[in-house]
Design a protein. Structure first.
Length: 164
């Protein structure tokens, strides 16, 4: 079972969350990769301000705060996904990358990660999805312009039925 949990910016409360939503034109300001456990004590991987990447148990039951989207990966990839996340924990938060998104530049810190960058990188590395997209060009949602992407839109587009 793998899911992405997107935090609704309007309910998140902080100025950074509202700023991310304003810049990306998307409704979400944070994302967690839900790797296991019950929804009220979900084992999640992401990057969180100010500590950076790591695991946390989070209550994702409040539907007014979180939007949970299933990510369809094979059972054979769930263990490698967990191992990738374990090997990637402890990276500092990528404040420079957030600034790059806000200013629409390519600046980022190669060794640091922000939330959608960390979640996208884990999925990209393990599944091979989206090979041409730079991880620091991915926000939780929104964009859809030039070479900037919303993780919510990338994942939900994969789940949409294909026209015959």
């Amino acid at each position: 079972m793998t899911n992405l949990a997107f935090k609704i910016a309007a309910k998140a409360g902080g100025p950074i969350s509202k700023g991310i939503a304003a810049v990306t034109h998307g409704p979400y300001s944070h994302v967690e990769l839900w790797l296991g456990g019950p929804q009220q004590f979900a084992l999640c991987y992401s990057s969180r301000e100010p500590v950076g990447t790591g695991f946390a148990n989070i209550d994702l039951t409040d539907g007014s705060l979180w939007r949970v989207i299933p990510v369809t990966i094979s059972l054979q990839l769930e263990s490698p996904l967990m191992w990738f996340c374990m090997g990637s924990q402890g990276r500092p938060y990528n404040f420079k990358g957030i600034e790059g998104i806000a200013l629409d530049t390519d600046q980022h810190n190669e060794s640091e990660r922000f939330c959608s960058e960390a979640c996208f990188e884990a999925l990209q590395a393990v599944t091979g999805w989206w090979p041409r997209i730079k991880r620091w060009h991915v926000a939780p949602s929104g964009f859809g312009k030039d070479d900037r992407y919303g993780l919510y839109e990338l994942v939900t587009a994969m789940a949409e039925p294909k026209a015959a």
